[in-house]
Design a protein around this ligand. Sequence first.
Ligand code: SF4
Ligand code: SF4
Length: 144
Amino acid sequence: MLEKIKRWILANIFRKHYYRTGKCKGCGECCTHIYVKHFKHVLQDEKEFERLQGLFGFYKGLKIIGKDDLGLIFECTHLDSETKRCKIHFFRPPICRRYPQEELFAMGGTLSDNCGFKMEPIIPFKDVLKSVEKKDKRKKIIRW
Ligand code: SF4
Ligand code: SF4
């Protein structure tokens, strides 16, 4: 019941399409090879990144490790490279606490194969199909 209410709120109030299940396995993969979306664009410009580092705490911990067609690629300096654990876990930024969110997909991203989280559609595909078929049937009834 509680799960149903949660889904309803996510879909109808927050206009979300996915909800998060599972839990973090602490593999650290989402803290390396990171693309960062700032408002509506993925960061591509080093100068812009340097400017943002002075404004937001999260950016201060990032280090540029490359660049490709999508944008700058970062890794987080707070990740312990041996244990793969976050060194500031209890004080990690909100963006890390909320990870993963469905905006990830809008950027063309995916979850790592190892990730313990899954992003499940709030309305199962079979229900979407059923509702489309129902609408289609209604249209036909009106036409005939
Ligand atoms: S602050 Fe911690 S959780 Fe966030 S990206 Fe860095 S290592 Fe990962
Ligand atoms: S990739 Fe997934 S399981 Fe691994 S640290 Fe990130 S959130 Fe946790």
